[in-house]
Every structure is written in C-alpha cells, then in structure tokens.
Design a protein around this ligand. Structure first.
Ligand code: MN
Ligand code: MN
Length: 289
C-alpha cells in the first residue's frame, strides 16, 4: 500500500498527462513535422507543471516503440499509423500513457488495442493475478483478428523507475503476480498484423543512465553531467547539447548508459496504454480525465 501523498503525486502526474494527451492527439496530422510535435508535447508537460518522464515516443507503422525524432529530423506525418507514448512525473512518480492515431486506413487494428485495454482494465482489482489480465488481452486481440505483440509488456511503476515489476504480458502466461491495493501499474496492449514479435533495429535516439563510474573522455563526461539530471529515467539524444555521437558511444561501451533501439514488428502495430491505481474492487485510471 502506497502512502496517500504518494498516490496524490501519481494522480497529479496522471491528470497533467491526460490533458497533454488530448492536446497531443490534435497535433498529429498529415504534413506536420514529427520533431515539432514531440517538442511541443514536451513543452506542454512543463507548462502544466509536470516533468517529462521520458522522451515523447512517436513510433510509425511497423515501429512499435522507442522512436523519437532526432534534432535534425525533418520528416512529416503521412498516411501513417502513429503511436504516441508519453510520460509525466511528479517528484519521480510516473504516469505513462499511449494512444494510436490512424492517419491512413487501419482503424480495425487501432481498435483492437483500445478494446483490449478496456477489457483488461475491467478485470483489475486487488487480488487478481496478472495472468488473468494477460489472458484477456491475448483473447481480445486474437478475437479482433490480430496478434498481440508478445515481447512487449505492461509493468509496475515505482519512483524514478518506469519499468518496475510485475510485467503484465500481452499473452497468456503460467501464473503471474497477485496485484495489491494501492499498486500502480501500466497496461499496454500492442496489436499487430505482422508477427506479433518485435526486434531491435540498429537505430537509437533514447538512452538512460545505468550506473556512474569514472570516465576520462571529456565528451563522455559532458554528456554524463547533462544525463545525471534525469536520474534513471530515459532521455533523448536531441536533448543533449552539441555533437554527442562519440561520447554516447563511449558511455555505452563503458556500460554507463544503455541505448533503447527502435523496436519494429514485421507488420503494422497499434498500442493503447493507461496507468492505474489498483483498488479493493477495481481500479482508478489516473491517465484519464
Ligand atoms: Mn508508455
Ligand atoms: Mn509503459
């Protein structure tokens, strides 16, 4: 059971995020620049008094997660299936949400993730096993005629930790974890018309600090100084000043930071995500107004 004031910080993060998300959806239109959209969403979070929990993810079509524009990205939206994944924190307490926007003709695929999320939220209450949630997600997406993405999961949330236990799988598992009252979790079904399994591409724009240890390179040290502000939360390469390619590589090789390569499926992917507080008889979805 979380302390009441801690839950209030989650609620505040969720309320800000819900407002930001409804504004963000309107920005995603054919011809708009991805970089402008990402930066304006991040600015909006700050204007509303939140902190950015991780770079705004804008993943298109076969990209499932971890895509965010680079500093010099000039690409614009076309008839894409867009996933916006946004996070806000208050004092380290994170709310995490994602929404898919169909600028083309993939309404059914988009709805599969939305319906799976609704059905999953229905079964949440203190004492439920996460395996029951996973079974509902798989069944719903399969009934819609698509594949759940089996190697991406929902998760618990802890202070400054976006992916805490328990994992909430998008397919049936043999026994999970019983949820407790006051636990904060994110449920995020992904539906695919491809394999239902993502792979890492070679491209990364998002990193996080894993551990600190001395490093000699001035380029690496300059990045480390900037990155430490984000504690263990992910940050974007485009947030860093100057030329950073060499320094990032050095930090990654030294095991000080980790990269989050863009994850793709062999097909189109949709996603829906909300953060909720588990209650005795259900849940409180904090990322909706
Ligand atoms: Mn998310
Ligand atoms: Mn998440």
């Amino acid at each position: 059971m979380q302390e009441a004031d801690v839950l209030d910080k989650y609620r505040e993060a969720g309320r800000i995020l819900a407002e930001v998300r409804s504004e963000a959806i309107k920005k995603v239109q054919i011809g708009e620049k991805l970089l402008d959209v990402a930066e304006s969403i991040e600015r909006l979070i700050l204007q509303k008094g939140g902190a950015v929990a991780f770079p705004v993810n804008i993943s298109l079509n076969d990209e499932a997660a971890h895509a965010t524009p680079s500093k010099d990205d000039v690409s614009t939206f076309g008839r894409d299936l867009v996933k916006l994944d946004i996070g806000v924190h208050i004092d380290g307490y994170i709310a995490d949400t994602a929404v898919s926007i169909d600028l083309g003709s993939n309404r059914e695929l988009l709805e599969a993730s939305n319906i799976a999320l609704e059905q999953a939220i229905e079964v949440v209450h203190a004492g439920v096993d996460t395996a029951a949630i996973s079974a509902v997600i798989e069944q719903t997406i399969t009934d819609c005629g698509f594949h759940p993405v089996v190697n991406l999961t929902g998760h618990g949330l802890e202070r400054y930790t976006q992916h805490a236990p328990p994992p909430i799988h998008n397919r049936r598992t043999q026994g999970g974890t019983k949820l407790k009252e006051g636990q904060v979790i994110a449920i995020e079904p992904f539906s695919s018309n491809g394999n239902g399994r993502v792979y890492e591409t070679g491209k990364a724009e998002i990193y996080s600090l894993v551990k600190t240890k001395p490093i000699r390179s001035p380029e690496a040290r300059a990045i480390l100084k900037e990155a430490e502000v984000y504690k263990s939360l992910p940050f974007a390469k485009r947030w860093l000043k100057g030329r950073v390619d060499m320094g990032l590589k050095q930090l990654e090789t030294a095991g000080i930071i980790r990269a989050y390569p863009v994850l793709k499926d062999k097909g189109l992917v949709s996603q829906a995500e909300d953060t909720l507080i588990v209650t005795a008889d259900g849940s409180e979805v904090i990322t909706r107004i």
